[in-house]
Design a protein around this ligand. Structure first.
Ligand code: SF4
Length: 496
């Protein structure tokens, strides 16, 4: 027998927490509230408008069936899952299953705010600076929330969250992880500590903004590695200097030895680089990683040079040393003992360092949400969830998050990745289990939906869903349109 509800309270059944909510109060996640005995979702449902939006007055009082569903003239509104709510337990249909005719094709979008226990973010930080070694632990609020992963070209990468941190550690770790993911996904700034106390680095990460590393705002993402920089700018240096060293933590380049220098007929200069020679003019491990020149720990570039070879070097030989962003540079001429002496940078060379800096892109942090669609989500679409997975793989069903384009990983399940900057602001929520709440939409033809065993009785026209208080947002920068025929296999087959 069911226990009676406490006096004046209603029960929210949108997630496993099953809050009892008193009148006028909200539940533990602040997403649902008790409004005069009615369970209401506090955030408005969000639709994405198409480009060239021309609003048509909403016809209050009109019968939904009288209306053709085109709430924005000549446009394609897309009902996202933001504010749609969640279904729990698994066997119920998704909160909204919406139909709309798009270019003569009857399409259905199943929208739900998924509760993701298996989720995290991948963070790309455009910087040369050393922020931690691969596999170093990343902390937030004093708790471990992720780790440093393999660096990419000009960027450091973090993997944060995941089920091990959300559920596999202490309660505190789970909460800190959830709070960190929520903030990052909603584009807020988060302070992270990387590595142990003896060698820790503090990084403030915010999607779409420059990282702040140990209190310093990063400006530029390097133009390339040291070797690539030599290749790109070799011609700029010809006639103005005898040798150039581009200092880089990964691949330091030396013009006179590099293939680019050889092809431009540069003479050997007798330069000696301390480091492991890979191929001509390309050196690894010239210094330790750090926050100095080119992501190394050096402030004085001469420390990576050995004595010049007198067989090739001569007094007056001109040497430029520059970092991969062009922000650090120094110019030297050899004295009669073949020791580099600092000199003012000639104007012609200043132009080349400026050109390197000009070719660098602004440094930003990118945050990609990654999650796996679990039971509630898939069972909210069809009673036969594996058919949904197959339909996604067969490109009959298109997956979006808040209307934004997703990347669906190959292999089993529905594991998606999405750039949070492409999603409407405030797309994410949480539940205290702890888990992240993220919008996810599945769009497909009505006929395909019927074929995979969809909840056909639950389908409603857009006109029945959209209300005057519905939040409208513009399409993302990429202009992604989840209902466009180009995403579906059938449109390509039609062309054949
Ligand atoms: S945490 Fe939120 S979604 Fe879960 S039961 Fe409570 S109010 Fe409902």
């Amino acid at each position: 027998m069911k226990k009676p509800l406490p006096e004046g309270k209603i029960r929210c059944d949108a997630c496993p927490v099953l809050c009892f909510i008193a009148e006028g109060r909200s539940g533990a996640c602040d997403r649902y509230a008790n409004d005069a005995g009615r369970l209401v979702r506090l955030d408005p449902l969000t639709i994405v408008d198409g480009p060239n939006r021309t609003l048509v007055p909403f016809m209050s009082g009109a019968e939904p069936d009288d209306w053709n569903g085109d709430i924005v003239k000549g446009n394609r509104p897309f009902v996202t899952a933001i504010g749609a709510g969640t279904t729990y337990p698994d066997y119920k249909p998704a909160p909204f299953i919406v139909s709309q005719e798009i270019d003569g094709v009857d399409m259905v979008t199943v929208v739900t705010e998924g509760i993701f226990s298996y989720c995290g973010v991948k963070v790309k930080i455009d910087t040369d600076r050393h922020i931690g070694d691969e596999r170093d632990v990343v902390y937030a609020q004093g708790e471990p929330v992720g780790h440093v992963m393999t660096s990419e070209y000009g960027s450091k990468m973090l993997s944060l969250g995941g089920v091990e941190h959300l559920t596999g550690g202490t309660k505190k770790e789970g909460r800190a992880t959830c709070a960190t993911l929520l903030a990052l996904c909603n584009r807020a700034a988060v302070a992270l500590k990387i590595g142990d106390d003896t060698n820790a680095c503090e990084v403030i990460v915010q999607a779409g903004k420059a990282p702040i590393i140990n209190g310093e705002t990063e400006r530029l993402m390097r133009v390339g590695c040291g070797s690539a920089t030599i290749g790109m700018f070799a011609k700029q240096w010809l006639d103005h200097v005898d040798d150039v060293v581009v200092v880089d933590d990964h691949i330091t380049g030396v013009l006179s030895e590099h293939e680019a220098g050889k092809q431009l007929s540069l003479e050997p200069t007798g330069i000696k680089i301390k480091g492991r020679r890979s191929t001509p003019g390309r050196y690894f491990q010239v210094a330790q990683p750090g926050t100095g020149w080119g992501g190394t720990d050096i402030e004085d570039p001469l420390t990576i040079l050995g004595p010049f070879n007198p067989e090739f070097a001569r007094e007056g030989l001109r040497l430029l040393m520059v970092s991969t962003t062009g922000e650090q540079f120094a110019y030297y001429e050899l004295d009669d003992a073949l020791v580099p002496q600092p000199r003012d940078l000639p104007v012609a060379l200043r132009k080349s360092t400026d050109l390197i800096a000009e070719n660098c892109e602004p440094s930003v942090c990118s945050v990609l949400f990654m999650g796996g669609a679990g039971g509630s989500l898939r069972a909210g679409v069809t009673e036969n969830p594996v058919r949904l997975t197959r339909s996604v793989k067969e490109t009959l069903t298109h997956v979006s998050c808040g209307g934004a384009q997703t990347y669906v990983w190959p292999g089993g399940g529905i594991t998606v990745m999405v750039d949070v900057m492409e999603m409407p602001e405030g797309s994410f929520g949480y539940v205290p289990t702890p888990a992240l709440v993220a919008p996810i939409e599945f769009t497909l033809r009505r006929s395909d939906y019927a074929a995979l065993g969809g909840y056909m009785d639950a389908i409603k026209a857009v006109s029945q869903i959209v209300e005057p208080e519905t939040r409208r947002v513009s399409r993302a920068r990429s202009g992604h349109d989840p209902a466009s025929a180009i995403h579906y296999r059938w449109s390509r087959e039609k062309d054949l």
